[in-house]
Design a protein around this ligand. Structure first.
Ligand code: COA
Length: 201
């Protein structure tokens, strides 16, 4: 499923980046990326990603069927990290969650949109039926990235998260129903999308 990587992509400003899934050997580059990042951009991540033990655990437990981590590289530096989290069993087996973070100096260059699109296609190929993205109401960039892909706000959890100075914010839950997406594709017979491989369930 990941034979398409590494993939070179040219940004709007003509900078070339390379997309490649995280591998064990990349853990130092990934840790350096997180350690360079301002705290505000790391807020929504569930773990303390500046802790080498956390990144090391991801490397040890790497399983693309559970978490598919796609990195954007500029030379030897990681400039963005996007993950698709799947549930291997249970009542949310059909649901995937996307998280992503782009290095400050690469934000607003289209990297987030490119990565969201890649993970969206990956979710389609995995047979997921619904994708979720969560963000604070202040994270306009994140909202825009997902709305461009057709995600819609499904829920607001009021005062649910705190920012780095302790102020509470609403958490927006944006979702995209892939069952609906496939139904529309079949109805309209658009252009060719990756074949629907229902290996996930
Ligand atoms: C959210 C994030 C991933 C977006 O990545 P990005 O590479 O900047 O996104 P893009 O360049 O593809 O921008 C997509 C659109 O959003 C707009 N945008 C990006 N950041 C923005 C911001 N802070 N405010 C308003 N608009 C913004 C861009 O101008 C672009 O608009 P366009 O398509 O009309 O040109 C990045 O800002 C980030 O890492 N933020 C911190 C962590 C975070 O919020 N993660 C999301 C949780 S899932």
């Amino acid at each position: 499923m990941i034979s398409e990587y590494p993939k070179e992509v040219t940004l709007r400003d003509k900078t070339a980046i390379v997309l490649k899934p995280f591998e064990r050997k990349d853990k130092d580059a990934l840790l350096a990326f997180f350690q360079r990042m301002p705290e505000a951009d790391r807020l929504f991540l569930k773990d303390d990603v500046t802790d080498p033990a956390v990144v090391n655990r991801w490397a040890v437990e790497l399983n693309y069927d559970k978490v598919f981590p796609l990195l954007a590289w500029r030379g030897n530096d990681v400039v963005a990290d996007a993950t698709l989290h799947k549930n291997l069993g249970g009542w949310m087996k059909h649901v995937g969650t996307i998280r992503m973070v782009v290095a400050r100096e690469f934000q607003k260059h289209g990297v987030g949109s490119i990565l969201a699109n890649e993970l969206f296609l990956h979710a389609l190929k995995s047979g997921l039926e619904k994708i979720v993205a969560e963000m604070m109401e202040t994270q306009e960039g994140a909202r825009k990235v997902f709305e461009k892909l057709g995600f819609r706000q499904e829920a607001v959890l009021h005062g649910h998260v705190r920012d780095q100075i302790g102020i509470r914010h609403d958490l927006l839950v944006l979702t995209k129903d892939l069952e609906e997406f496939w139904a529309n594709i079949q109805t309209h017979e658009y252009f060719s999308y990756p074949s629907r491989d229902r290996e996930g369930g």
